[in-house]
Design a protein around this ligand. Sequence first.
Ligand code: URA
Length: 440
Amino acid sequence: MRFVDLIARKRDGLSLTAAELQSIVAGVVDGTLPDYQVAAFLMAVYFRGMSPAELATWADSMLRSGIVLDLSDIPGIKVDKHSTGGVGDKISLILAPLVAAAGVPVPMISGRGLGHTGGTLDKLEAIPGFNTQLDIETFRRLVRELRCGLIGQTAEIAPADRKLYALRDVTATVECIPLIASSIMSKKLAEGIDALVLDVKFGSGAFMAQLPRARELAQTMVAIGEAAGRKTVALLTDMNQPLGAMIGNSLEVIESCDVLRGGGPADIRELTLALSAEMLVLGGVSATIADARATLVKLLDNGAAFAQFEKIVAAQGGDARALSDYSRLPVATQVVDVVAESDGVVHGFECAEVGRAAMLLGAGRATRDDIVDPGVGLQMHVRIGSHVRRGDLLARAWVSDRSKTDEAFATLRDAIVLGDGPAVAGPLVLERIDASSLAP
Ligand code: URA
């Protein structure tokens, strides 16, 4: 069958066989399929979608396009967490050592931030010396010895995704649920995990702002995971305001350490507990979510989770003293207050714009090649429902380049939506989706 005929079949809404889909992924990776035809195929998928059977094969072919880690010789059920990305989302820094301290191995392969969202690797690299580019053998040793390793994507994992994503990026086919779901799941399932917890965000700071689309993405990813024989649970979580107060890499390390020592903002602690409890049940160390939460609360409050993080940081070359002595973290020395220009009640946030304000200060990347400044960022002083008067502190900014502050602060002020009368935030965790929630 010629590739043009497969493109035509997908364009006309017909299904492709497993062998046909596998041959397309193989042709993408070995370069025998020209970009213009792959681009046309992706656009056909954008409009016609993929059936669950097609998607399971497609994601499986993508994950097998590179190395698939085999961690089966490491005792325990290996569980990871993936977030679709948000503003102030530092949950992985807390959850990984916490879940490892509870006895569940967490092999975590993370990405960098782009646009308004932050990335776990950038946050970890704010810790002086922390090495996220470990080879696979070292990663495997850390997962065995400390039940946790925290590394970045390598070129060997799911190379099909790299090629397909690059084409999607320039052909307006990124915003396509089957393509997003297979992209995320192919990378996660190649990690050698047995189970996965997904934090799928909705709201003004989420990749999928609309709740129905976020739900569909969650269901699609759970279906791919289950088809691959991995227990997969997704929580739909609110991203209509920043998570916690801190946005920016060193600042988020500080806030994560506060939570790991039993303190920190209530929303960060709550979301970490909700996601981690699912991991403990999937990992077989707790029978129920309530049992898991009790275990996790103890590990946060008695310092065991923090001690586990210190060990992981030291094992990956980082300065573990910086986790207690924050003066060892790179933090910008200029501190500027951003104050309200009018009175009102915070009714909401254009949360992606809050993330963009931090990015403009240098905390994130506008393009993949930008270099982040670990020391800059924002500490939010208002949340949905806060009453503010003209002159009140909205946020404190740590800056290193004053030329960027005017645009960043204007962006931040515009992103805080003031109104009259009271306002309350929606629930942090809205829904839970697992295999039993999927249509038969
Ligand atoms: N993140 C990914 O890894 N892939 C996508 O397609 C979108 C977001």
